[in-house]
Design a protein around this ligand. Sequence first.
Ligand code: HEC
Length: 237
Amino acid sequence: MTDHQNEPAIETTEDQLLDHEYDGIQEYDNPLPLWWKAIFWGSIFFAPLYIVFFHFGPGVLPNDRYDDVMTAFYDKQAEELLALGEITDTSLDGLKMSDSMMSTSKKIYSARCATCHGVFAEGGIGPNLCDDSWLHGNRLTEIYKTIVDGVPEKGMLAWKKQLPPGQLMAMAAYVGTLQGSNPPNPKPPQGKQLDPAGMVVVEENEPGDGEPTESSTLSTGKDETGQIPVMPETNKP
Ligand code: HEC
């Protein structure tokens, strides 16, 4: 009698042996546990909220938050360096190592500098920043000074009031990283051609009189990469 009572109880359970069989293996239809289903549906509902909030809304993505924290950190460090009067080519060069500073600088370049210097720094209203010809010097401290004080009479703004101190230093380092990148449609070189150490290779390089030196194989002043191949020893070490 007890056996008889138990039978229907077994049938009403949700777990059921399904009626197919492969190689002697039978499937037991076992519903997924509630916690599993909760996570499954939970993530489906969470995903659109996350995308809308973080990718289109006010949310700050972890990478950007990291960049912000690092930029704040370097700003503080830069202020300390400035207080000590210690901005050197080496200290600026060191900033190139910071991926977060360079990615922030790249964004600032696109937002603030690209209008005049070109999206790829190939030049426009302002000079090409990728070639080795410079109006105001190619050492990072010189580039830094140009960015900080600008050349107002020539249309280059002074950025010292617009960007925080650390960012000014990072921008100089960023401009340094552009050296030798071969952007499309480069603006002809302006100023003196300098080697990486800042020594003058060609005294004057005004656009227009764009005839390069005899060692060049080209007459247009630029080859297809836009660089003037004047002296092989100007190549980076
Ligand atoms: C309104 C246009 C304009 C904007 C915006 C601008 N620049 Fe310039 N920049 C110029 C001009 C014009 C010159 C050339 C100045 C001269 O003829 O002496 C120049 C020169 C420079 C030089 C010196 C190049 C050399 O050959 O010595 C650097 C470096 C530079 N800019 C960096 C920047 C950076 C970094 C930014 C963004 C934070 C920026 N510029 C934004 C117009 C601009």
